[in-house]
Design a protein around this ligand. Structure first.
Ligand code: SF4
Ligand code: SF4
Length: 129
């Protein structure tokens, strides 16, 4: 089992923290839900995105916050805080059985995102490439 470092530039998300870090405890990466598969990174999305302008979503976001031990230890050590990554994009070359991602780092993007489908896992590479 492996877990990538998550670099995220989706600053509209409640989990986003300056320094392009994600402070969610866990994120889930999905395919485009209509299509069910992805052939480009634009068809992938971060299901854990919560738009920061919505109050109801803020409660959900707090529920999934990476606070407590992990975060304070990370601050003390000066290391990167990173969520556990679960990924359902089985067509990606970094995907591993058990819904793991074996990339060293993933980059989640989506400028001015207001919903999950506006976000992407930019690190996606089709399996046959
Ligand atoms: S969009 Fe996803 S990876 Fe980025 S901060 Fe939000 S939950 Fe984390
Ligand atoms: S790089 Fe591939 S396996 Fe890893 S999270 Fe992104 S889409 Fe999933």
């Amino acid at each position: 089992m492996s877990n990538p470092i998550v670099k995220c530039t989706v600053d509209q998300c409640t989990h986003y923290m300056p320094g392009d870090q994600c402070m969610a405890a866990k994120i889930s990466v999905y395919n485009d839900e209509m299509k069910g598969t992805s052939s480009t990174f634009g068809e992938t999305l971060c299901k854990s995105f919560h738009h920061r302008k919505t109050m109801g979503d803020m409660v959900g976001a707090l529920h999934n916050a990476n606070i407590g031990g992990t975060m304070s230890a990370a601050f003390l050590e000066g290391t990167q805080i990173t969520p556990a990554v679960e990924c359902f994009v089985a067509g990606c070359k970094y995907w591993e059985n058990g819904n793991y991602c074996n990339a060293e780092q993933i980059h989640v993007t989506g400028s001015n995102a207001s919903k999950t489908t506006d976000t992407d896992c930019n690190t996606f590479v089709p399996k046959d490439k």
